[in-house]
Design a protein around this ligand. Structure first.
Ligand code: FAD
Ligand code: NAD
Length: 403
């Protein structure tokens, strides 16, 4: 009998964790495992705020996929261009592929809610090269301000749209990086403005209020200003328009606008033949797509309701990696004609960094702020490396400077 083909799309937290679990469970004779990813490396999406601010190098946040897969897996470096689950076909830049089991793990895209100008004028932390672009854009703005005879100080204004986890973590890194940049480019620091614009009436909506207060105070010490309860309504080449009241708007001129105000699934989901909302598929309890018994969805392309809380689980790396383990097991169950398992989320809480030296955490049953929380954040980052690549990868790429 022909061995089944398992096609995994995307080598992010979800896709790569599925693959390394499958390669442990199945031999080459039992299944053909194919992993397709745009790049020949995996990047740590959860470190992109550091790459964007320039506090770590882009290379620090990536490693070759070849380092973590074995001979049971065929890796294909290609971009997925189309998915047709009715025909069981996937179009890629390396040609058409078919499958017996599909794992769709193509990650997220920034959600702009149709706000005019954002697609064109705002930068985002959508992937490693997008983060690299933010770093280089800010450096370019600072360098050109230094060289300009007539100085336009707005070149030194950085607007971050959104004070969710991504926005706050980015602001923490920017707070550390800006003094270094000012030194490098001979810029008086008081000329630089870092402004965070948040639509909701609070920063980090839903997080512990005391920890949020701590985060705001610490970020303010690093020079971050907040405009809360004031949505961005437009972006232009010059900056952003902010809604301040019923009929009140303010335009902030800015050399850099970074959009960190939410995510949706990969747009390829929308043309795959599976029903989706904001490119996220409401999966069944065993992580399969509704109506398609051979298609699993992992990570930010999957939508799963937390029935107890009556709201969806947030799209996080933590949940993507846990889903991946269930998916690998369920593929093995299906191959053996067994019942599939339900995905059960083990929520370990959340840690939000405020730069490399500070953080807030509501995790492992404790609330923490400062150096302890920051050390926990590094342990969490190292754990993700360990789960995919074991001790070797953790030692090579991990974060071991705890203070
Ligand atoms: P991703 O990790 O985004 O991976 C998708 C993969 O698909 C990538 O390798 C990409 O190159 C590939 N791909 C995309 N399109 C194509 C294509 N057309 N063809 C081929 N390959 C393609 N979550 C946490 O739990 N903890 C954190 O601390 C945390 N910090 C974060 C910090 C930042 C700055 C950001 C932006 C997010 C953070 N998150 C965090 C959320 C977390 O990163 C995502 O939920 C997680 O990355 C989702 O995993 P995924 O596998 O679905 O997608
Ligand atoms: P988010 O949806 O969590 O937060 C986006 C923020 O942008 C919200 O506060 C929202 O009110 C605001 N916003 C929306 N429209 C706006 C507008 N027009 N103007 C100004 N503000 C606007 O998105 P995120 O922060 O990118 O996080 C995405 C996912 O990744 C979440 O699930 C998050 O938990 C996860 N994440 C986790 C960590 C961590 O655990 N340390 C870090 C980053 C991201």
């Amino acid at each position: 009998m022909k061995r089944p083909t398992i096609l995994v799309l995307g080598a992010g937290y979800g896709g790569l964790t599925t693959t390394v679990n499958l390669q442990k469970m199945l031999s080459g004779e039992q299944a053909e495992i194919i992993l397709v990813n745009k790049n020949d490396y995996h990047y740590e999406t959860t470190w992109l705020h550091e790459v964007g601010a320039g506090t770590i190098a882009p290379d620090a946040a990536r490693y070759p996929i070849a380092k973590v897969i074995n001979n049971n897996v065929r890796f294909v470096q290609a971009s997925v261009e189309g998915i047709d689950v009715n025909e069981r076909k996937v179009q890629t830049t390396a040609g058409e592929m078919t499958y017996d089991y599909l794992v769709l793990g193509l990650g997220f895209e920034g959600e702009t809610f149709g706000i005019p100008g954002l697609d064109k004028y705002a930068l985002s932390l959508a992937n490693l090269n997008a983060a690299r672009q933010i770093r280089e854009h800010i450096e370019y703005q600072f360098a050109s301000w230094s060289l300009d005879e007539v100085k336009d100080d707005s070149k030194l204004t950085i607007v971050v749209g959104g004070a969710g986890f991504t926005g706050i973590e980015l602001l923490g890194e920017l707070g550390n990086r800006v003094p270094e940049l000012c030194k490098e480019f001979d810029i008086p620091q008081e000329k630089v403005r870092i402004l965070c614009v948040e639509a909701a009436p609070m920063v980090l909506p839903g997080f512990d209020p005391e920890l949020v207060e701590y985060a705001k105070t610490q970020l303010a010490k690093k020079g971050v200003e907040f405009s809360i309860g004031t949505p961005v309504v437009e972006a232009t080449e010059e900056g952003v328009k902010i809604k301040k009241g019923e009929d009140e708007f303010e335009f902030v001129k800015a050399g850099t606008v970074i959009w960190a105000a939410g995510v949706r699934g990969n747009k390829l989901v929308e043309t795959s033949g599976i029903e989706s909302n904001r490119a996220r598929i409401a999966v069944r309890k065993d992580m399969r797509a509704p109506g398609f018994d051979d298609v699993f969805v992992v990570g930010d392309c999957a939508f799963l309701l937390n029935e107890e809380a009556g709201r969806p689980y947030p799209p996080t790396a933590q949940i993507a990696m846990q889903q991946a383990v269930t998916i690998a097991k369920n593929i093995k169950h299906l191959m053996a004609d067994e019942d599939t398992e339900e995905f059960v989320y083990d929520d370990k809480g959340a840690v939000c960094s405020l730069g490399h030296d500070d953080a807030i955490a509501d995790a492992i049953g404790r609330k923490m702020a400062g150096k302890k929380a920051s050390a926990l954040k590094k342990i969490v980052d190292n754990r993700a490396l360990y789960l995919v690549g074991g001790v070797g990868l953790t030692v090579k790429k991990g974060k071991f400077k705890f203070i």
